[in-house]
Design a protein around this ligand. Structure first.
Ligand code: ADP
Length: 340
């Protein structure tokens, strides 16, 4: 068994200390996702009133929309502990074992990127989720035998950017399944406004709305763009952030009015220029852009699809009229790498 290190909330915080300051600590601090918020609050309240463990929860949606934030708020609401693991790091059942045996009664185990669990780990998880029990096989061949080990009843919260990659048996074991969608500009403006307050940055509504409108419906991007505007204003403007500073700072990073950065636009340009608007296969596009298919599928395409700049057809991706029009309006693609 690999050496066990107790996972903690701290261990999953984003690399910058400010991320911890900006991340909501309680459900009531979270802005937007009203329906998801309400359903989770009801499930949590019912579990608390009945003194039962909360059913397993699956959260899916594009990166940066609040899956981890929901997952870290839930145990705080329940008054229980949290362990955090990543699907990518759980290569074998023995990697998952310490998390399961360490899970206290009604505690929460959060597995990020749960679609990346190998099948052997997934199968090991089934009885743990269903009967709070694990089956350990000792020996092999004819002399192999299975011993059952009981676990404390716990709640698994899984997060994924690719719900479609989850196997049906795993998906079916989640009692609550919630999809997080992109935020509206007014919701993001509230997040920007609140984050600016936490960073001691006076800000008017117009400027918060400008930053929000250029954040691709994503709180993580809104916070990152806000920090860039703050850096720009400190270094170049030497005055409080206003609408003009926000616009200049974001344009300097090649972020357009829809919130696309240079890399997003290069995807659209590649589709238009190299593939005549498509349809084109994702591998061919990724190859032409010298990037990974996963980067395009996780970070670039969901927003372009949601805003109908591209469509997916059986024969590949195709630029829409709206996508063409956006390229016509937009500045040249600028930075070749994803900015955040
Ligand atoms: P995901 O796990 O979906 O990739 P996170 O939960 O890590 O996304 O969210 C990224 C950041 O965005 C958080 O650090 C937090 O500051 C902010 N954030 C996400 N959702 C919300 C929300 N509903 N209200 C306020 N801030 C949010």
């Amino acid at each position: 068994m690999s050496e066990f290190r107790e996972p903690s909330i701290e261990s999953m915080e984003d690399s910058q200390p400010e991320d911890r300051v900006l991340r909501p600590q309680r459900l009531e601090e979270m802005i937007g996702q009203q329906d998801v918020h309400e359903r989770l609050a009801i499930a949590i309240d019912a579990a608390r009133k009945r003194s039962e463990p909360l059913g397993h929860i699956l959260l899916d949606g594009p990166p940066g929309l609040g899956k981890t934030t929901f997952a870290t708020c839930i145990p705080r609401e329940l008054g229980t502990s949290l362990q955090i693991a990543s699907g990518a790091a759980l290569g074998a059942p023995k990697d998952l074992l310490p998390y399961l045996t360490n899970a206290g009664e009604s505690s929460v185990l959060f597995i990020d990127e749960i679609h990346r669990l190998p099948i052997a780990v997934e199968e090991f998880l089934y009885p743990a989720m269903e009967d709070f029990r694990i089956d350990i096989i000792l020996g092999d061949g004819m002399s192999a035998r299975t011993i059952n080990m009981p676990l404390q009843p716990f709640t698994l919260v899984g997060a994924t950017t690719r719900a479609g990659l989850l196997s049906a048996p795993l998906r079916d074991r989640f009692v609550v399944r919630e999809h997080l969608d992109y935020y509206s500009v007014s919701e993001l403006a509230k997040i920007v406004f609140r984050s600016a307050g936490k960073l001691d940055m006076p800000m008017d509504d117009e400027t918060a709305t400008e930053i929000a409108g250029r954040s691709r419906g994503t709180p993580r991007l809104a916070n990152n763009r806000l920090r860039w505007v703050r850096d720009y204003s400190t270094s170049r403007a030497n005055r409080l952030v206003d609408l003009e500073i926000a616009r200049t700072a974001l344009e300097m990073q090649g972020i357009d009015e829809l919130g696309l950065d240079g890399f997003d636009r290069r995807y659209l340009e590649t589709l238009q220029r190299v593939f005549g608007g498509g349809p084109a296969g994702i591998e061919a596009i990724a190859h032409t852009m010298s990037t990974a298919v996963d980067t395009l599928e996780d970070d670039v395409e969901p927003f372009l699809l949601r805003y109908e700049l591209i469509v997916r057809t059986p024969r590949g991706r195709r630029l829409t009229e709206r996508g063409e029009a956006h390229l016509g309006d937009a500045p040249p693609s600028g930075p070749q790498q994803k900015l955040f």
